[in-house]
Ligand binder design. Structure first.
Ligand code: PGA
Length: 257
């Protein structure tokens, strides 16, 4: 595992993280074609469909690219037809896994407690975790946003230690901004990131708070990324739609300082 604390060096030298989330897109040939068109000497994260993990992992050996999955089941093995486990992802070449994505929370009724079990399993299986949270439009309009975010943070990451946080990235993805073309303004995103950083400080102390990378996600494009990265508490981006096309992905990489 990589010590993620080394990625977010506070103050001037922080290195932003770019993670593509392909969701349920790309056949193996399409995934390999994408890989042939993007640089291999730049560090970025790519969460791909399970079927593409192994073939891509074979191709990126020795490169700076980090592959990941988009889900796991909390158990390591067992009679769970149709599910995938952390050790199996690791075996296929994954370095990390995205957990708590709003599409899993809303479409598959995943609760904070259930996601917490997955986080624990991922870490014990040596997978880094990108833990997603975010409010719905209704939460925001009703004034519940902070409560919802606090619950997602504390329950989803319950029992995490300072050591565990070395392998956790948090991604703030407001549900109303995902796949809708409605990016939160840099100020809106910064406001929530700052709120999250303060919460982390209260719960886990300032060392964890200052060193845990906080990504923004939700309709990020090469055009909107630079302004988001200017904000002091935004350490990178989790990108869905704009990560599918090699040209826009290369433009996202270019937008990194
Ligand atoms: P989007 O997806 O960039 O297409 O909005 C982001 C995500 O769901 O991770």
């Amino acid at each position: 595992m990589i010590d993620l604390f080394q990625i977010r060096v506070p103050m001037f030298s922080k290195k932003p993280i770019l993670c593509g989330n392909w969701k349920m897109h790309k056949t193996i040939p399409e995934a390999l074609e994408f890989l042939s068109q993007v640089p291999h000497d730049k560090t970025f994260y790519l969460a791909v469909p399970f079927t593409s993990l192994y073939p891509l992992a074979q191709k990126i050996q020795g490169s700076s690219i980090l592959l990941g999955g988009q889900n796991i089941y909390p158990s390591a093995h067992g009679p769970f037809t149709g599910e995938i486990s952390a050790p199996l992802l690791k075996d296929a070449g994954a370095h990390f896994v995205i957990l708590g994505h709003s599409e899993r929370r809303t479409l598959f009724q995943e609760t904070n407690a259930f996601i917490n079990q997955k986080v624990k399993r991922a870490l014990t299986s040596n997978l880094d975790v990108i833990y997603c949270l975010g409010e719905s439009l209704m939460d925001r309009e009703k004034g519940n946003m902070h409560e919802v975010l606090e619950e997602q943070l504390k329950e989803g990451l319950k029992d995490m230690t300072t050591e565990d946080f070395k392998n956790i990235v948090i991604a703030y993805e407001p549900i109303w901004a995902i796949g809708t073309g409605k990016t939160a303004t840099p100020q809106m995103a910064q406001e929530v990131h700052h709120f999250l950083r303060e919460l982390i400080k209260k719960e886990w102390g300032s060392f964890v708070s200052e060193n845990t990378p906080l990504l923004y996600g939700g309709s990020v494009t090469p055009e909107t990324l630079p302004a988001l990265l200017q904000e002091p508490d935004i350490d990178g981006a989790l990108v869905g739609g704009a990560s599918l096309n090699p040209e826009s992905f290369k433009a996202l990489l270019k937008a990194l300082p």
